[in-house]
Structures are given as structure tokens and as C-alpha cells.
Write a protein that binds this ligand. Structure first.
Ligand SMILES: Nc1ncnc2c1ncn2[C@@H]1O[C@H](COP(=O)(O)OP(=O)(O)O)[C@@H](O)[C@H]1O
Ligand SMILES: [Mg+2]
Length: 393
């Protein structure tokens, strides 16, 4: 005896055969389970984070979700569905062209990118044929994603690579130039000693030596600027760094009778920083102040406890201010002082503040410029007491 092939009724009311179902000659229309009705599918499509668009065989728009409207920069209008897709998408003929070609395609492309004309936005899309239960093609669908942000990230990465390559090249050139420069300086010195009786030539040689020295200083700064910073972070005293910077600046620039006043909060927390870099940062600021004031004036270095506003409460930080009562600077200069190679000095490298900024960034800090209306320049540097990594643990 064989088991009778009795259909079984499932709770959802669906007919199912207990044995293997016979090959369907005609597609069976399955009644949908109660939860998964048309509205449910509509909500899925509406809530998708991809753009979805469907066009009927007749070329009318059957579906377009919110994300698609957003990507296409269109406002949804009541008559859109059912209207010719070419009308609704009239600002995007490139999309209409893709859609109209899909009906004829037997092999659909895997994933294609397309730049939308008006906005310049790039989308990545896939295509699908929409078929009815009989297998008839009734429409086409397009699924797409806005790739602009992805593209921007890639672009930024490429730029970083390029900059790294330029930096390496600059470092290599600077390194190669250092030796011949030293040679010029030494030989000019020897020659100066050989011709004591020719004061004109002596003067020229002195000029050559001082120019070679200056070129060497610029090469040194270029090397410092392009070299990636490897921080040797330790608990660092700001007072020590300030002292070292004041001493170091005296060897680099003429201070004249400029008065340097130091006022640090007591106690001031030790900060997680590279002491050597911090000294370099402060001495670059001091040197600029000395150079701006031509021998007379006052520089004040202050440091106080502060907070870096980058969380709900911000991070514990120290605010260091280096202020001078020099001439200050006009707005157009102020806007550019942190740019590498920007200088208003005939013998400047324009790298001092670019290096300062690089050091601040490496410490995850912040830098601001304040110029007072009555002249004077103040640079504010805020450095976290502990590095971000430590702060979150
Ligand atoms: N304390 C200051 N007072 C006035 N101008 C300043 C001061 N610090 C910086 N500047 C301006 O910013 C420019 C860039 O400074 P910097 O990057 O150190 O390069 P450099 O000192 O080689 O010119 C200077 O040329 C100068 O015009
Ligand atoms: Mg400088």
C-alpha cells in the first residue's frame, strides 16, 4: 500500500504535499503569510539604506524609495509613480539611458559606477530584471549606493600617499644638499684665511659663508618638517620645557633686551608629551616673537590648567600661551601663518609654525592664534594631560 498523497494544510493556510512536490507546470500563487503583506514589502524598500528604483516595461516609474530621491537630489511628488521614468528623472539622462537598456540585456553587469551629472555624485549600482510568476519580464530595477564619501576617503588616502612620497623626496634632496653646503662653508673659510690682504674678497667670502649657513638652517628645517614625528612620550614638565626653550632660542635668534616673563600655574600637571618636541615647539614661537620685535619688547609665557572640549566633559589639558607685544600681523598674514613655506621674512623658511602645528597635531592638541587690536601676537596651545588612548581607559 502506498501512502495517499494527501495535501497538508499548514497554519498559514498553505498547501504543501508530504512527498516531493511534482514539478510545477504552472506557478502556484502562494497566499502571503499575514505579516508579510504588500505594505510590509513597501516598508522594507522604503527603509533601505540603498537607493531602489523600478521601471515598468512601459517605461513608467513603479518604485523609488527615499534614499533614491536623496541621491538624485529630487523632491518626491504625488504623481511620480506611474509617470514616465524619463520625465521624473529628466535631470539624470544617464540613469534613464541605463534603465532603458536593461530590458535587452541577457547578462546583467555585476556592479557599475556612474557619475551623476548635476551633482557630480558617484553611485555604484546593480541591475535586476523584474519577472512575474510566469517568468515574463515586467520591469527592471536598479539598486544603488552613494559612493561619494567612499570616493573622498580614497582620494584622501591617495593624497596622503602622494604627500608621503613628496616628503620622502624632500628629505632625500635636503640630505644630499647638506654635504655640499658644508663643503662650501668650510672651503670659503679656508680661502678667507689664505687671502688676508684682499679685504674685498674677504667680504664676499664672509657673505658666502653666512648664506651657506642660512641655507643649511633651511635644509635642517625642511628635514624637521618632512620627517614623520615619532613621539617619545613621557610624563613631561612644562616648566622644564619652557626653560630649555628659552635657552635654546637665545642660540638661534637675537634677543637683544627683550624681556621674557614666565608665569606657570602651581601646581601644573605633568603631561604625556615628547619633551624634546615640546621644547622645539616653544622655541619656534619664541624665535618668531624675537624676530618680530627687533630687540625690544616683552614676551610672556603662561601655562594654566584647561580642558580640551572633545567629549561630554572634555579632557584634562594644559593651555600654554606665548604672547608678545610686537607689531602683530595683518589679517591676510594671520590666515596663512601655519602654511608650510609661508613667510614674510626675506630669510625665513616659513616652516617654523608648520612644524609647531605638526607637533601639536601629533600630541592630539589644539592651536589658536590671537592677534590683539593694539598689535601683539598670542599663540594658544592646548595639550591633553594624557594621550587620547590613555584617557579612554
Ligand atoms: N610673533 C609674531 N609676530 C608677528 N608675526 C609673526 C609672529 N609669529 C609668526 N609671524 C608671522 O608668521 C610667518 C610664518 O612664521 P614661521 O612659520 O615661523 O616662518 P618664518 O619665521 O620662517 O617666517 C612669519 O613670517 C611672520 O610673518
Ligand atoms: Mg619662524
Amino acid at each position: 500500500m502506498t501512502t495517499p498523497r494527501r495535501p497538508v494544510r499548514t497554519p498559514a493556510g498553505e498547501r504543501r504535499s508530504r512527498s516531493l512536490p511534482a514539478r510545477r507546470a504552472r506557478p502556484v500563487h502562494k497566499p502571503a503569510a499575514p505579516a508579510i503583506d504588500d505594505a510590509f514589502f513597501r516598508h522594507i524598500v522604503a527603509g533601505m539604506r540603498n537607493g531602489v528604483l523600478a521601471v515598468t516595461r512601459a517605461g513608467t516609474l513603479a518604485l523609488m524609495n527615499d534614499e533614491a530621491y536623496r541621491i538624485f537630489d529630487l523632491e518626491p511628488r504625488p504623481g511620480d509613480l506611474g509617470a514616465p521614468a524619463a520625465d521624473v528623472l529628466r535631470d539624470h539622462p544617464e540613469v534613464v539611458r541605463v534603465l532603458s537598456g536593461v530590458f535587452e540585456m541577457s547578462l546583467l553587469p555585476n556592479r557599475v559606477e556612474l557619475r551623476l551629472r548635476p551633482s557630480g555624485r558617484v553611485i555604484g549600482y546593480t541591475l535586476a530584471h523584474v519577472r512575474d510568476d510566469l517568468g515574463e519580464m515586467t520591469g527592471v530595477a536598479m539598486f544603488f549606493k552613494d559612493l561619494t564619501r567612499v570616493e573622498q576617503l580614497e582620494e584622501r588616502e591617495r593624497l596622503r600617499d602622494r604627500l608621503a612620497a613628496v616628503g620622502e623626496m624632500a628629505a632625500a634632496i635636503a640630505h644630499e644638499v647638506k654635504n655640499p653646503l658644508a663643503g662650501i662653508e668650510v672651503m670659503a673659510g679656508l680661502l678667507r684665511r689664505k687671502i688676508p690682504e684682499a679685504p674685498d674678497a674677504q667680504e664676499m667670502l664672509t657673505g658666502i659663508i653666512s648664506d651657506a649657513k642660512m641655507a643649511n638652517a633651511i635644509v635642517q628645517e625642511v628635514l624637521e618638517f618632512v620627517r614623520p614625528i615619532r613621539l617619545q612620550v613621557e610624563r613631561t614638565s612644562i616648566a622644564d620645557a619652557v626653560q630649555a626653550a628659552v635657552q635654546h632660542s637665545d642660540t638661534k635668534a637675537r634677543r637683544g633686551s627683550i624681556d621674557v616673563a614666565i608665569s606657570l600655574d602651581d601646581p601644573l600637571p605633568l603631561i604625556q608629551a615628547d619633551g624634546h618636541q615640546l621644547t622645539q615647539l616653544l622655541s619656534n614661537l619664541l624665535i618668531n616673537a624675537y624676530e618680530a620685535m627687533h630687540g625690544t619688547g616683552r614676551v610672556t609665557i603662561t601655562a594654566t590648567g584647561a580642558r580640551l572640549a572633545d567629549g561630554a566633559e572634555g579632557r584634562a589639558a594644559v593651555l600654554i600661551e606665548v604672547a608678545d607685544n610686537g607689531p602683530g600681523m595683518p589679517r591676510d598674514v594671520a590666515d596663512r601663518i601655519f602654511e608650510p613655506f609661508f613667510t614674510t621674512k626675506s630669510q625665513g623658511s616659513g616652516l617654523g609654525l608648520a612644524i609647531v602645528r605638526k607637533i601639536v597635531d601629533a600630541h592630539d592638541g589644539k592651536i589658536d592664534l590671537r592677534t590683539a587690536p593694539d598689535g601683539g601676537t598670542a599663540i594658544h596651545i592646548t595639550l591633553p594631560v594624557s594621550s587620547e588612548h590613555d584617557a579612554t581607559h
